[in-house]
Design a binder for this molecule. Structure first.
Ligand code: SF4
Ligand code: SF4
Length: 81
C-alpha cells in the first residue's frame, strides 16, 4: 500500500532577509490583497539581522510561501505519514 505524504516547512531564520515576499504571496492567495499583515506567515523584526518567522494557526501548509522564498529561509519538504 502506498504511503501518503504531507508537506512540512522547515524554517531557517538565519537566511531570512525580511523581504516579505512570502507574506505577499500568502495574502494575495487567501485574502485577495497584497497585505503582509494579513498573511498566515508573519515576519517580525524584519530589519534585524535574524528576523523571526511565525506561522499562524490559519496556515494550511500549502507551501506557496516557501516556493517563492528566494533566499532558502523556508525549506519545503515532503514527509511520509
Ligand atoms: S522567509 Fe523568505 S520570502 Fe519570507 S521574508 Fe524571509 S527571505 Fe523573504
Ligand atoms: S504555507 Fe500557504 S497558507 Fe501557510 S503561510 Fe505559506 S502561503 Fe500561507
Amino acid at each position: 500500500m502506498a504511503k501518503s505524504k504531507s508537506l512540512v516547512i522547515i524554517i531557517h531564520e538565519e537566511k531570512c532577509t525580511g523581504c516579505r515576499i512570502c507574506q505577499l504571496i500568502c495574502s494575495s492567495i487567501y485574502k485577495q490583497r497584497f497585505c503582509p499583515a494579513e498573511a498566515f506567515i508573519q515576519i517580525n523584526d524584519a530589519y534585524e539581522l535574524t528576523p523571526k518567522i511565525t506561522f499562524l494557526d490559519d496556515c494550511i501548509l500549502c507551501g506557496q510561501c516557501a516556493k517563492h522564498c528566494l533566499y532558502g529561509a523556508l525549506e519545503l519538504k515532503e514527509v511520509e505519514e
